[in-house]
Design a protein. Sequence first.
Length: 170
Amino acid sequence: MQPSQTFFHCPRCGKATRPSLVMRFVCQTCGFVYFFNPTVAAAAIILNPSGSLLLIERAKEPAKGKWAFVGGFIDPGESAEEGLQREIREEVGLLVHDIRYLCCYPNAYHYLGITYPVLDFFYTARSKAPDLKLDPAEVTSHQWLDPEEVKEEDLAFSSMQRAFQRWKST
């Protein structure tokens, strides 16, 4: 179900309405307009000094148990790079450097019966620190792998798979 299909009342005036498949909500009573734009997320392909790539095992849905790059949703007022660095600190306790934009792809994030449109920004980054401090609410485990050992189909989201393909081809 798309977010637009969950609006049964106007958030401003409370008037009952029918859900819609369009990408905006327009109240016919008060004129309130709400756009269902994608949310923004960022993730990083993090390499250590030996060239191994960091993957985390997701601790929660969607894609619980699947492998992923470290990252998450960008908070209001943050740039994608600021949000990425915050997510990396929160999820695995790393400080990264040499952050470089790689690409972005759309994603469908299925959560609690709603499919949210997301625009995923992907970066590359480097880390000197070998020790991680995992947030158990977000991350079950981690691996440092030779990039050649990573299978695209094992990555949690199609946008991640596409970003990994793009990174390997550069």
